[in-house]
Design a protein around this ligand. Structure first.
Ligand code: ADP
Length: 258
């Protein structure tokens, strides 16, 4: 089936749209989206984030912009800019009270996400990163059908039934003709700050074998980092990136390559 794809409005040009997906919630999809966006922005690119996880939006909190509201007085919605200038849209930047649960059903959710693409004044972007809802169900599927996505990154964690999730993601991407750019294994290990020893807390990672077997790119294995949780909870992910840039050098180079 051919789906009508949304187009950016006359004030916006978006060079590359990358969606970040996961098999389930809690594996760090929003954190990885935020890390990627901050690191790419830090390299001098113009970056936007669309928080398409409508029923569990967490991007505004991670960037400390959850008290701000997007301006809806113009023809198109103006996104909120983070402290480093990442243009961000999220349902929490539009609702009067961020604590109100979003209890909309599928069609309204889908329309909202479409509008996040075509009715937001994105301006000129090199990259738009989309934080998809978790899973491979109806809503992420519809988003992938209606937004012109150039590629998908899958975030996994060692606690999951990774092979199944990766297989499902590969199928979903190929059925929609969207390239699966690669896998990020999050919370892969913990590196002792004293002796540098790496411990695979959640058991031995299987991701290398799986990506090799399925001929997929393993973009990176990211460590468990308590500082990331602390700084994200405080809405200071960009400050965290400024302090921890070296740790993510290889990660960002791999992202820019895909
Ligand atoms: P998801 O978007 O998949 O639901 P989140 O990005 O919200 O997951 O992350 C869930 C929790 O795990 C958050 O508290 C987050 O700070 C934490 N977390 C994510 N990645 C890491 C990591 N690499 N190290 C430590 N904690 C992490």
């Amino acid at each position: 089936m051919i789906f009508q794809k949304e187009k950016p409005n006359e004030f916006s040009t978006i060079k590359k749209v990358i969606a970040i997906m996961s098999g389930k919630g809690g594996v760090g999809k929003s954190s990885v989206t935020s890390l990627i966006a901050s690191l790419v922005q830090d390299q001098g690119y113009k970056v936007g984030i669309m928080d398409a996880d409508i029923t569990g939006p967490s991007i505004p909190r991670i960037f400390g912009i959850n008290k701000e509201r997007a301006d809806r007085n113009n023809k198109y919605i103006d996104p909120v800019e983070t402290s480093s200038g990442i243009k961000t849209i999220s349902i929490n930047l539009l609702l009067d009270n961020e604590e109100s649960p979003v209890i909309w059903r599928g069609p309204i959710l889908n329309n909202t996400v479409k509008q996040f693409f075509s009715h937001v004044n994105w301006g000129e972007l090199d990259y738009l990163f989309i934080d998809l809802p978790p899973g491979t169900g109806d809503i992420p599927l519809t988003i992938m059908q209606v937004i012109p996505i150039d590629g998908i990154i899958v975030v996994t964690s060692p606690q999951e039934l990774v092979k199944l999730i990766v297989k499902k993601s590969v199928k979903m991407a190929s059925s929609l003709d969207i390239p699966l750019l690669g896998i990020v294994e999050n919370m892969s290990y913990f590196q002792c700050p004293h002796c540098d020893e790496k411990t695979e807390i959640f058991g031995k990672s299987l991701i290398e074998g799986i990506t090799q077997e399925m001929d997929l790119e393993l973009i990176s294995k990211l460590p468990i980092d308590p500082k990331l949780v602390e700084m994200s909870d405080e809405g200071k992910i960009e400050e965290y990136i400024q302090n921890q840039k070296d740790q993510y050098e290889e990660f960002i180079q791999n992202i820019l390559k895909i």
